[in-house]
Design a protein around this ligand. Structure first.
Ligand code: ATP
Length: 301
């Protein structure tokens, strides 16, 4: 399968009055690719996605999806794109089934995967409920069903796993990876570093309305520090102070320490120092986005 550009963004800028939403964004995503849009709160992820979905008018710039210019009233886009919004503005008084029928009628294309995705996300017992009666997680599942059910070639998702329990998050990841293998194009925003590392091929990193870098996932992984947390029975304050100075970050509270080890630094040496202080527990949690930024900026500067 040859990959072709399915999402093309040129010079996208959106200001809300004087507040910058996103500025001068250029990027391309190809078929068979999962592109992650990673950034802290307020970075401009939702603004970009809403411009892609034509629910927000850009101040400047151009977006093409599947070769179609994103403009108001371009009906071809509806059947090509599946969309999982960040905040689902669902009509509360509709029953789930009625809502899915409505989306199907609007797209004008049979929803070939509707029952399959409903089964996968275990939504059968909710089909006759009013949307307003659904829990947050079930609303999120409904958003995923409505985005994937007509098997669109492009999927645009604003934090697709938000509010889902870990098992269902895994089901979303499976669905994303299957879709990519089928040659679909997937664009997802996230502020969950681990999720992006798990499923994405490339990642655009946004901060304060600017795209600061686009990285292949292998390259991004080099900037993810390793975290170790330990509770020490015999903390050696002098040794810990000297040790802390060499690390990317060192935090201590009573007998609890959390250390950030740069990818290139030796795990053995650093954990050895903790082991020598008789830990009653030692865990290896995933790095947060903020912790990733510590190493990322150190390497960039
Ligand atoms: P989050 O992870 O918190 O959802 P985000 O990366 O999606 O953040 P955006 O919601 O796109 O970020 O916000 C980008 C900037 O635009 C922020 O400074 C935000 O306050 C501002 N902004 C977003 N929507 C509006 C709006 N409707 N009116 C005014 N400013 C807005």
């Amino acid at each position: 399968m040859t990959s072709e550009t399915k999402i093309e963004i040129k010079g996208l800028t959106k200001y809300y009055g004087k507040t910058r939403g996103i500025e001068d964004l250029d990027l391309e995503v190809k078929s068979g690719e999962i592109f992650g849009f990673l950034g802290p709160n307020g970075a401009g992820k939702t603004t970009t996605i809403r411009c892609m979905m034509n629910t927000l008018l850009p101040t400047k710039g151009e977006i093409r999806i599947s070769g179609e210019l994103v403009t108001r009233g371009n009906p071809k886009l509806r059947e090509k794109i599946g969309y999982v919004p960040g905040e689902l503005a669902l009509p509360e008084y509709y029953r789930v089934n009625e809502f899915l029928n409505y989306i199907e009628a609007m797209r004008g294309k049979p929803e070939t995967r509707r029952q399959e995705i409903i089964d996968r996300f275990d939504l059968n017992s909710n089909l006759h409920k009013k949307i307003g009666e659904l829990s947050k997680g079930n609303k999120q599942k409904l958003g995923i069903v409505s985005a994937f059910m007509n098997d669109p070639e492009v999927l645009i998702m604003d934090e697709p796993t938000a509010g889902l329990d870990p098992l269902l998050q895994q089901e979303v990841y499976k669905l994303l990876i299957e879709s990519k293998k089928e040659g679909k194009t997937l664009f997802m925003s996230s502020h969950n570093l681990e999720e992006v590392q798990r499923v994405c091929d490339r990642v655009g990193i946004v901060k304060n309305g600017s795209l600061i870098s686009i990285e292949d996932i292998e390259n991004l992984n080099k900037d993810v520090p390793r975290i170790v947390e330990a509770r020490l029975r015999n903390p050696d304050e002098t040794r810990l102070a000297e040790f802390g100075n060499r690390l990317l970050e060192f935090r201590k509270h009573d007998s609890f320490v959390r250390i950030l080890i740069r990818m290139e630094d030796s795990i053995k040496d650093n954990i050895g120092i903790l082991l020598a202080q008789d830990p009653e527990e030692l865990i290896y949690p995933p790095a947060s986005l903020e912790e990733f930024f510590l190493q990322f900026y150190e390497r960039k500067n």
